[in-house]
Design a protein around this ligand. Structure first.
Ligand code: HQG
Length: 195
């Protein structure tokens, strides 16, 4: 039986790895977290020239067609990325300092944050903080917050944000697709959702 060369194995691995999920993860890597790892130039609102992005993705996934990248962007359930006027960016989730040019909004009276059970007490004590990201990410419904929390815990805790009071207290909220972003929420606006 013939054996594959290590180069061929590497290539097959690359092709297999270029699933929509791995492509989406790589786009997040580039556009949210590691802008300096590839030759990308970000404009002031974090957009990258489309051609430059395609070339960066093709360094990682040589087999990938431009159409597949567009499909991942357009079919992302959470609208993680946007493609506008020949430029693309991550819509949220950045870990480096960004100015997304988002407008502030009046939030709904309650917003929700799904998290691991063992983090909830610390959040109630210290407030909601962006941790490794630029913003705190909040969901408009308990169901959506549950989905976010399930990334960390099969039975997540849901922190309820009194966003009406927080907004009245001067905290800024930004609308970003289905999500609301803010910089930090002090403990006095937080409580735990009880089933
Ligand atoms: C926790 C995903 C202890 C917070 C999701 C969270 C979201 C604290 C973690 C989006 C804390 C940060 C963002 C405190 C906050 N003490 N823990 N005082 N304050 N935390 O991933 O909101 O699939 O940066 O509870 O769906 O989980 O990537 O934030 O557990 O929309 O597109 O610190 O990312 O979207 O974790 O997730 P993250 P997140 P994607």
């Amino acid at each position: 039986m013939s054996t594959l060369s290590s180069q061929a194995k590497k290539e097959i691995k690359e092709v297999v790895l270029a699933s929509p999920e791995s492509l989406s993860r790589f786009l997040s890597f580039l556009l949210r977290h590691h802008p300096a790892s590839y030759p990308l130039h970000f404009d002031k609102h974090c957009f990258v020239e489309w051609g430059e992005l395609v070339r960066a993705v093709q360094i990682r996934f040589p087999e990938i067609a431009e159409r597949e990248i567009i499909n991942v962007i357009e079919n992302s359930d959470k609208k993680r990325f946007e493609l506008r006027e020949g430029k693309a960016r991550a819509t949220y989730g950045h870990s480096f300092p960004v100015d997304l040019g988002l407008e502030t909004v009046e939030p709904p009276s309650r917003l929700y944050h799904g998290t691991a059970r063992d983090l909830a007490q610390s959040i109630l004590r210290e407030g909601l903080k962006p941790r490794g990201r630029q913003y705190v990410h909040l969901s408009p419904s308990i169901e959506e917050a549950m989905d976010v929390g399930k990334r960390r815990d099969p039975a997540p805790s849901i922190v309820v944000v009194d966003s009406r009071a927080a907004h009245a207290g001067g905290i800024l909220f930004y609308s970003c697709g289905q999500l609301f972003l803010t910089t930090e929420i002090p403990p006095r606006f937080l409580s735990l959702w009880e089933k």
